[in-house]
Ligand binder design. Structure first.
Ligand code: ADP
Length: 256
């Protein structure tokens, strides 16, 4: 997936400014930077979730497998099936565990020869199967927060996406549940390309192959531009040998 000169506006306000980024296949890319620098806005533009936000407008080019995702003949719903999203707060549907998983395949009209198998596969893929296999008909709300988030990941992978976007997926979870999700991400990377927004720098350092650092200000005196990509590199470089002083200030905790 590639971004070329991507600008995202809310009305007149430009929240993302001129971003060029290439996301690696089967890699985890972390988007980091201070609050309000446009990370979530950029993430949402990657699967046209911003289409649903009043006044939001995306300019520039975002291509997925060489296809312009904003082209007129591209179906936004199909984009969101192939590029799934997991949100900050686990948001299971008020349905059973089973139906949470089966819902997506049903509404998207996926050809499913055996729904039970698909549900098991998705729950296994999200490292949740053994914990829930005896209570599939129970409400998803009975699960812990961490389990609910893994259920949401299972729900996302049930429709067989290519990419999973995660918007601070662990920020509502305790450290143990967070570790489970991070471990799961390492496994998911074998089958999916993952882009994660995180405000937790240690998390980016632990899980991401590449990290993109954004800032709200382009440079001294450049006005009120926000969502500027400062530096994008393998994660080790961003944290150990950043090229830009602004990255260094941020990752060393001097700013942010
Ligand atoms: P981050 O994820 O880095 O914290 P966001 O992408 O949420 O940043 O926000 C970037 C900027 O866009 C902020 O100034 C925020 O106030 C603004 N913004 C975010 N969502 C909306 C919206 N729906 N309408 C108007 N402005 C928004």
């Amino acid at each position: 997936m590639t971004c070329r000169d991507v600008n995202v506006y809310y009305g007149d306000f430009r929240a993302v400014t001129g971003v060029d980024l290439d996301f690696g296949l089967n890699e985890i890319t972390a988007l980091i930077g201070p609050s309000g620098c446009g990370k979530s806005t950029l993430l949402r533009s990657l699967n046209r979730m911003n289409d649903l936000v009043d006044g939001a407008r995306v300019e520039g080019s975002i291509e997925f497998r060489g296809v312009d995702m904003y082209a007129k003949d591209v179906d936004a719903i199909e984009v969101r099936r192939r590029i799934g999203m997991v949100f900050q707060k686990p948001n299971p549907f008020p349905k059973s565990i089973y139906d949470n998983i089966a819902y997506g395949p049903r509404v998207t009209g996926m050809k499913v020869s055996n729904m039970d198998d698909l549900v098991e596969e998705a729950l296994t893929g999200a490292a949740l199967w053994t914990e829930v296999k005896d209570k599939l008909k129970q409400s998803a709300f009975g699960l812990s927060g961490g389990q609910q988030q893994r259920l949401c990941i299972a729900r996302t992978i049930a429709v067989k996406p290519d990419v999973i976007l995660m918007d601070e997926p662990c920020s509502a979870l305790d450290p143990i549940a967070t570790t489970r999700i991070e471990d799961l991400m390492q496994e998911l990377r074998n089958d999916y390309t993952i882009v994660i927004v995180t405000h937790n720098m240690q998390q980016a350092a632990r899980v991401a192959d590449r990290t993109a650092f954004f800032t709200a200000l382009a440079a001294e005196g450049s006005g009120d531009r926000t969502g500027v990509l400062v530096e994008y590199a393998p994660t080790g470089e961003i944290f150990e040998r950043p090229r830009d002083q602004r990255t260094e200030d941020y990752v060393s905790g001097r700013f942010g």
